[in-house]
Design a protein around this ligand. Sequence first.
Ligand SMILES: NC(=O)c1ccc[n+]([C@@H]2O[C@H](COP(=O)([O-])OP(=O)(O)OC[C@H]3O[C@@H](n4cnc5c(N)ncnc54)[C@H](OP(=O)(O)O)[C@@H]3O)[C@@H](O)[C@H]2O)c1
Length: 323
Amino acid sequence: MPHAIRLYEIGGPEVLKFERVEVGEPGPGQVRVRHRYIAVNFIDVYHRTGYYPLALPSGLGSDAVGVVEAVGPDVTDIKVGDRVGYMGGPQGAYSDVRVMPAEVLIPLPDGISDRTAATLIMKGMTAQYLFRQVYPLKGGETILYHAAAGGVGLIACQWARALGVTMIGTVSSDEKAAIAKANGCTHTIVTSRENIAERVRELTDGKGVPVVFDSIGKDTLQASLDSLQVRGTLVSNGTSSGPVQIDALTLALKGSIWFTRPAMVHYAKPRSHMLSMAKELFDLVLEGKITSEPKQTFALAEAAEAHRMLESRKTTGATVLVP
Ligand SMILES: NC(=O)c1ccc[n+]([C@@H]2O[C@H](COP(=O)([O-])OP(=O)(O)OC[C@H]3O[C@@H](n4cnc5c(N)ncnc54)[C@H](OP(=O)(O)O)[C@@H]3O)[C@@H](O)[C@H]2O)c1
């Protein structure tokens, strides 16, 4: 009998319940996918804690890789046996097997293993849309990137290196600094002992950076603003430390700053565009410019422990669950 993580209330990791579930046949436009790996993302914490509201009871998770084992009527471009990944659709990726819309599936190339793909779909596509769409990097820029040793972060480090971008990455420990540097981050700022904005000014001859990618939010907002050049761009792409509040006058006083709070859903549509984003990512992996393996692996039943590790900043790179 299949199992899944179910959520009946919002709260701490203990609200993640590992249960037997019924999984039926796919209807029109749907497929049944048997998961090989399930990716854990910070957005799953936002859902579990109620920061992003969910209609309860609910499944959890939106990012996994697996094999298609049944196809519903009207599904033409996906067939039984296809290896696929996804980063959208209804919540419920924390499961052995599930029925889901075919339209969100991304076929996986032969040269990329399931384990690697599980670290790439949401996290690599995030790096793609941040660096290639939200603030298209040309090469030669110096950027500030927060949480450089995280799941999205380690892919972003490598993508920046591939583009010829100098990345200044923040991390909370020397161990994380070494990992970020090994992945292509040019300079690291260890936030437990260094002042972020002061170090950015030192590293940029006082100029500051044209863009900051800030996924930490509340704790880093001020430092991000203080690190920018006049008319720089603050990309607020996550809130791992808590929500961001900012008023328009602050943006003016800090140097006519451009501020955006992007969400993947608005950058990965229509489906043809999502597939071209994935192709760009997969090509970099197939060329060896990005390499990625899970750094933490848990059984599906241990999802709560995976959340505890992620929230307490004990992880580096990607975390996956194995059904
Ligand atoms: N906008 C979008 O479309 C989109 C899509 C995907 C992901 N995201 C965002 O991108 C970020 C990275 O996601 P991820 O899944 O790869 O997570 P992650 O970066 O692996 O984990 C979060 C990291 O944030 C840092 N952090 C700083 N303060 C923290 C705090 N108070 N609590 C927890 N972590 C803190 C930690 O790194 P240090 O210990 O080194 O500081 C931690 O390892 C998240 O904010 C996520 O919401 C946004």
